[in-house]
Design a protein around this ligand. Structure first.
Ligand SMILES: [Fe+2]
Length: 486
């Protein structure tokens, strides 16, 4: 592995953290700086591409790396780590062949037009995970969920909720558990049929009860095929931001000359549309329109009087896709959006927004017990200029009023989505911990850093892994313990 450096201090860049982790581990985390809190109990799942290459051949996009789940389990002041790849057909067959056999979001098969003609991208099950209704699922918005055994991360198989997810239906990586009912609400991009201008785009919406039964679904009609990755949710409404990042002409993709990634673009002539859907009726109740832009990830949302208030990471371009489609280019850096707050007036139809902080922010998280309700604190991964900012290198704790606490990692250390984990004896929103997987590019090793959620300045402990963990996308914290921590 060649090490790239950046800045006057010649700190290594993030790119070593994109190298494959082929090996699958299961071991007690015994190398601990500080003390694992005794009131931290549960399992911190993370999902992301565990490998970005087959042999020496890199995939054509970060989104095409094979899904590898990690599980950090905490119980009685001890911790355990395991990781395992999702056994999709893509993973199994490409592992055996040691060459790219499947087309991806940005990966084209060798062999040109004929090799790619009418081939659909594989589902690498690599974006996020959820434990709901007794099912641990690995999620990717391009396909169905993949079910795993939470005790050992063994793959059970593709999951369709007893056939309720029909063959054409995909399932996003950003479903949300509704705290009041325990239902899981999710969506997926789809088609509602064919009109005189071609396929009619829509969003399929799904509602799954706490027993894991998909009992309600509908189609929300759209005017164009947007890149709709996440949504916001209040107690009563789902809110979709249909933004200016869109899929352009898909004919070259279907014919095989271009990938989907080649055809996705930020179109500054397309306004940002907001669609508010009632969670009980699944009917559109209000739409809004704003200047061009896009939200990739949302923070919390809630309702106050006639207003819906939504936090989201705003982008006015999609230059990030250049990095995502060429992850090993040392000149590219992984950036983020800007932390914005939106206010939708459900009576007047007006919409306003304000930027809360200047720092580049992504992967917003918060105490999920407060999902859909007014909360006081959110966390984001940030990128700041510390001389080595090729990837997220800071954590932000930001209050509802916009007061931000920023913790910057040393140059050469790269972070990830900060995850809130409630303490077992929690009595208020901030009683818990922030968990953050950090890549140490000097040693090509990873560690799990644990901070008190109320004050990131006082790190509680640092758990050293025996290897690196490739940069991943999203985590999920379950209060359940599925294995013996040892
Ligand atoms: Fe995401």
């Amino acid at each position: 592995m060649s090490v790239q450096t950046q800045g006057a201090n010649e700190a290594p860049t993030c790119h070593g953290g994109l190298e494959n982790l082929e090996q699958e581990y299961s071991y007690a985390l015994t190398e601990v700086e500080g003390e694992i809190p005794s009131n931290l109990k549960g399992t911190f799942f993370r999902n992301g591409p565990g490998r970005q290459k087959i042999g020496d051949q890199p995939f054509g996009h970060w989104f095409d790396g094979d899904g590898m789940l990690c599980a950090f389990t905490f119980d009685n002041g001890k911790a355990h780590f395991k990781n395992r790849y999702v056994r999709t057909p893509k993973y199994i067959e490409e592992t055996a062949a040691q060459e790219v056999l499947y087309r991806g979001f940005g990966t084209q098969l060798p062999g040109g037009l004929m090799a790619n003609f009418l081939k659909m991208p594989a589902n690498p099950a690599n974006t996020s995970s959820v434990f709901h209704g007794g099912h641990l699922l690995a999620l990717n918005e391009g396909g169905k969920p993949w079910k795993l055994d939470p005790t050992n991360l063994e793959t059970v198989g593709e999951f369709t909720y007893d056939g309720q997810l029909e063959s054409s239906m995909v399932f996003s990586a950003h479903g949300k558990i509704h705290p009041r009912t325990g239902d899981y609400i999710n969506f997926g991009a789809g088609m509602s049929g064919f009109g005189i201008t071609g396929p009619k785009p829509c969003l399929n919406m799904y509602r799954i009860n706490p027993e894991g039964k998909l009992f309600k679904k509908t189609q929300v009609p759209l005017q164009s095929f947007p890149f709709c990755h996440d949504f916001a949710m209040t107690d009563r409404h789902a809110i979709f931001f249909v933004g200016s990042i869109v899929f352009g002409n898909m004919l070259p993709f279907l014919l095989g000359s271009k990938s989907i990634s080649d055809q996705i673009k930020f179109d500054p002539t397309i306004p940002l549309k907001v669609i508010v859907v009632d969670l009980d009726s699944f009917e559109i109740v209000k739409t809004f329109e704003s200047d061009p832009g896009a939200i990739i990830h949302f923070g919390n949302a809630f309702e106050e009087g006639n207003e819906i208030i939504i936090d989201g990471m705003f982008a006015d371009n999609f230059e990030a896709n250049d990095t995502l489609s060429n992850v090993f280019n040392p000149d590219n850096r992984f950036g983020g959006g800007k932390y914005y707050r939106y206010r939708l007036n459900m009576i007047t139809g007006s919409m306003s927004s304000e930027q809360l902080t200047e720092v580049e922010s992504e992967f917003p998280t918060f105490n999920n017990d407060f999902l859909g309700k007014r909360n006081e604190v959110n966390y984001t991964a940030c990128s700041v200029d510390n001389g080595a900012n090729s990837f997220f290198n800071a954590i932000q704790r930001i209050t509802f009023d916009g007061d931000a606490q920023l913790i910057t990692l040393p140059p050469g250390y790269y972070g990830s989505e900060p995850m809130f984990a409630p303490a077992t004896d929690a009595t208020s929103e901030g009683d818990g911990y922030v968990l953050e997987v950090v890549y140490n590019a000097y040693d090509h090793m990873s560690e799990l850093q644990i901070y008190p959620a109320n004050d990131l300045n006082n790190q509680v402990c640092n758990l050293k892994l025996k290897h690196h963990v490739p940069h991943q996308f999203h985590g999920f914290f379950s209060c359940d313990v599925f294995c013996d921590v040892g």
